[in-house]
Write a new protein. Structure first.
Length: 214
């Protein structure tokens, strides 16, 4: 019983503690930005930094909608792709942001595919297709969903599900231990079992008597 109570408490507290630690780290990083270090108090410093970052984000986003912005972006992409290690980090982070902010519903649709006979695996649609009509899917690894496999599958082999994105991600992140589905086991009435057992024993007794009579 105490193990169940401890597990239930950890399930509630650990995510909250992680969120608090991450929020505290972000708060400190924002407060230590060079252009706001002279502002006091710290709360005002963080507020000013957030406002400046939001304004900068919208300004850059508006610039990217123009021809000049697309040219600048292409130059930045070209420079980043020339450095081997930076290229991987840059492209991965850029793809992650594009997926999270501008992704379509198809991009987030969880599906299942039968990789081997009798074994299914969870994957997610990317909304892309190959030249020969195959679905391009992303199959994350568990429990680290930042890595995985990009696979090309025939549409008839893709099995759609009624799951939400959160449910599918929870199963992958928990390595299957947080599966939502519960298997219900029907429990019969013991009196029915007893009556059935008595009928079977009576039937067996009649059969034996008939055999002896023969």
């Amino acid at each position: 019983m105490w193990k169940r109570d401890a597990a239930s408490g950890l399930i509630v507290l650990v995510p909250l503690i992680v969120i608090m630690v991450v929020a505290n780290w972000v708060f400190r990083q924002i407060a230590d930005l060079p252009f706001v270090t002279q502002i006091e108090p710290v709360a005002l410093r963080v507020t000013v930094a957030i406002v400046v970052l939001i304004a900068l984000t919208f300004a850059v986003g508006y610039l990217m909608r123009t021809t000049a912005g697309r040219i600048v972006e292409s130059y930045i992409d070209a420079m980043m792709n020339r450095v081997p290690l930076v290229r991987v980090v840059y492209n991965a982070s850029k793809l992650a942001v594009e997926t999270a902010l501008t992704g379509t519903d198809e991009l987030q649709a969880p599906v299942r595919i039968e990789t081997w006979p009798g074994m299914r695996m969870t994957a997610f649609k990317t909304g892309k297709r190959t030249a020969d009509g195959r679905e391009v899917l992303f199959m994350p690894t568990a429990p680290n969903i930042t890595t995985g496999f990009v696979i090309e599958v025939k549409p008839e082999r893709v099995e759609p599900t009624d799951e939400r994105v959160e449910e599918a991600l929870t199963r992958v992140l928990s390595a299957g231990f947080a599966e939502q589905a519960e298997t219900e086991i029907a429990v019969g009435d013991p009196t029915d079992v007893g009556e059935d057992g008595q009928r079977e024993s009576q039937g067996d007794g009649k059969g034996e008597s008939e055999e002896q009579a023969v």
